[in-house]
Design a protein around this ligand. Sequence first.
Ligand code: FES
Ligand code: FES
Length: 159
Amino acid sequence: MIVPFVLNGELVYIDANPGERLVQILRRRFGLLNAKEGCFSGRCGSCMVLMNDEPVPSCLVPVFQVKNNTVITLEHFSKTKEYREIMEGFESAGITMCGFCNAGKIFITHAILQKYTRPSNDEIRAMFVGNICRCTDIESLIAGVRNAGAMQRRRRNAK
Ligand code: FES
Ligand code: FES
């Protein structure tokens, strides 16, 4: 089946097998390796991408659902100011990342800061339910999200 979609800002067409999942397509056909194949069942967050601006585990997305949609991977998102603020926020909270679930941590943080101006600890915890990170405890993550949120507010207020 031919599937057109917008990948990292560019219209692409793929000839896909109906059984393929988005994470496989990203990695094998486009060499976009930041979406990792972890649990393959929507529980770890390592394969996270933005689809139509929402974080989704790409291991759960069958190829037909990608048709005519917009997908952004961490490779592309890492060029944005929002990414830089998240990374600075994480760094100032002492968060180190092994790389395995970066996509999950970063895209979930982005979604939290899109949804809430000042997220509560419980709201942050709830959003991270679909992300299993072995490197970072949830308290540090909460601090990292708060730091990134403060940076984003400062930037917006400075306009
Ligand atoms: S590989 Fe997709 S959520 Fe774990
Ligand atoms: S960054 Fe290492 S498992 Fe999450």
